[in-house]
Design a protein around this ligand. Structure first.
Ligand code: 3SL
Length: 233
């Protein structure tokens, strides 16, 4: 049987897709899924993603570290923000993190009901591709975007995945082809390609620069976070 890959460019378009038979790859390159990938690569035990801030904050009393971001900023009083460099900390090894972000964890929530949910980023790109090659499931890449709007960086990741899987998995619509074309234009200088993009400019206004190049670096890690009973492991 031929497997298919499709790309949902915004969580607000999820109503167009059936997920019950699919592995959903949730991606928020800048920066939620890049942070999650980094955290697991540096020895985090589990991440519990939340759509709502209050639900996430309540996990503090259950021994969780709290990682909360809204509009690019760390929420006041929590343990961690949304920079991948914060997750390279030795002190976090073996710990559990409750995590909520403006778009990334909302996209995870919107993928509820999927046969399987995994976390993708450039940092674990080949690991994701190898896993999907070996799986029987059809694939849907869900781009987190920004508050329902489409962004370039998540679309580039989707295109990179389509490119890597082109001999194994067939595009199911035109968004995979569109993303693949875009990625092939951008791949030699993704930082340059994204310099005028909305979220890079938003992060620059917050004085966040070094996260961007790091989050666009392919294959730093070979971890694959998978959601099981509400926990990423
Ligand atoms: O929206 C999100 O989930 C975040 O990744 C956005 S930010 O990069 O922290 O601004």
């Amino acid at each position: 049987m031929i497997k298919t890959i499709d790309v949902c460019l915004s969580p607000d378009l999820m109503h167009l897709y059936t997920v019950s038979d699919k592995t959903v790859v949730v991606v928020d390159i800048l920066r939620a899924t890049s942070c999650m990938t980094t955290a697991f690569a540096h020895g985090i035990n589990t991440i519990k993603p939340f759509a709502k801030l209050d639900d996430c904050l309540a996990m503090k009393s259950h021994g969780y570290f709290t990682a909360c971001e809204r509009d690019g900023k760390k929420v006041e009083g929590v343990d961690l923000g949304n920079s991948p460099f914060e997750y390279m900390d030795e002190n976090l090894k073996g710990q559990n993190i409750a995590f909520t972000t403006t778009n990334g964890t909302q996209a995870i929530a919107k993928a509820d009901g999927a046969k399987e949910i995994i976390i993708g980023s450039f940092l674990n790109l080949s690991t994701v591709a190898n896993y999907l090659r070996g799986s029987e499931n059809n694939v849907l890449v869900v781009c987190a975007g920004w508050k329902g709007k489409v962004n370039l960086e998540d679309t580039l990741f989707a295109g990179a995945l389509v490119e890597l899987l082109k001999d194994n998995i067939e595009p199911d619509c035109d968004t995979p082809l569109m993303a693949q074309h875009l990625y092939n234009q951008a791949k030699h200088d993704m930082v340059g390609f994204l310099q005028n993009s909305s979220h890079v400019k938003r992060l620059a206004r917050l004085n966040i620069h070094k996260d961007i190049a790091f989050c666009l670096t392919p294959d730093q890690y070979n971890v694959l976070p998978i959601l099981q009973n509400g926990l990423l492991k």
